[in-house]
Design a protein. Structure first.
Length: 223
């Protein structure tokens, strides 16, 4: 028996319950299912176009840049444009996300690498699971499709967001996670990212790139 098992066994003995106690499990499940919904601010609500406008405004307010394109096929050209206009290397790394893989990268001059970052990549791209209009926040899930290292190690992070995945509030992100993955199958990590990495710890001077990317460019695809 592991130390963890011993601790739980001691707790059960003190409570006078067994390892399998169906009534108690049912009571907990019912309590969770009937939990009241908290207060949801109106700022991120509304029709899809309103949510997109709010998300863009909030993301730009925290030093992210946002570009809108008509479809996923336009994403590579937009990322290539951003790199070119900011005098950055024409390189890009992303994971196994099938949506990113299906985009026409060959139509650009970008040098594409695949898989997690080892810390020597300047540019990386990820596909967002969702976004919160209320705060301009991106939600990214971990896994081979979108390795977490791409969120933090490269200097420049490009996040592809499909407009249909913009929700009003963070509570809706968790609802979307539960609906997508189901019980017991949630991703190991969910990263909520609001703007590029920054810190003002030293003399209250804002420094971008303190703990991660110094640039965050969000490409919103309408379809």
């Amino acid at each position: 028996m592991s130390a963890r098992d011993e601790v739980f066994a001691a707790l059960r003995r003190s409570l006078g319950v067994g390892a399998v106690d169906a009534p108690r499990r049912d009571a907990v499940a019912a309590r969770l299912a009937q939990a009241p919904v908290g207060i949801i601010p109106r700022r991120g609500q509304g029709e899809p176009a309103e949510r997109l406008a709010t998300f863009k405004s909030e993301a730009e307010r925290v030093q992210a840049t946002v570009a809108e394109v008509a479809s996923a096929a336009d994403v590579p050209a937009e990322i290539a444009r951003y790199l070119r206009e900011n005098n950055l290397p024409a390189t890009l790394r992303f994971g196994d996300d099938r949506r990113l893989a299906a985009m026409p990268w060959a139509a650009t001059a970008l040098e594409i690498a695949r898989g997690p970052s080892e810390g020597d990549d300047l540019n990386a791209a990820s596909a967002a699971f969702a976004a919160v209009a209320e705060t301009g926040t991106l939600a990214l899930v971990s896994g081979p499709d979108n390795p977490t290292t791409l969120n933090f190690l490269p200097d420049n992070h490009f996040v592809v967001l499909f407009a249909a995945d913009i929700v009003g509030d963070v509570e809706s992100v968790f609802a979307k996670l539960r609906a997508t993955y189901g019980p017991g199958a949630l991703p190991r990590t969910v990263n909520f990212i609001t703007g590029p990495s920054r810190s003002a710890d030293i003399e209250q001077t804002l420094l971008l790139g303190a703990h991660g990317p110094r640039r965050l460019h969000i490409v919103v695809a309408e379809s």
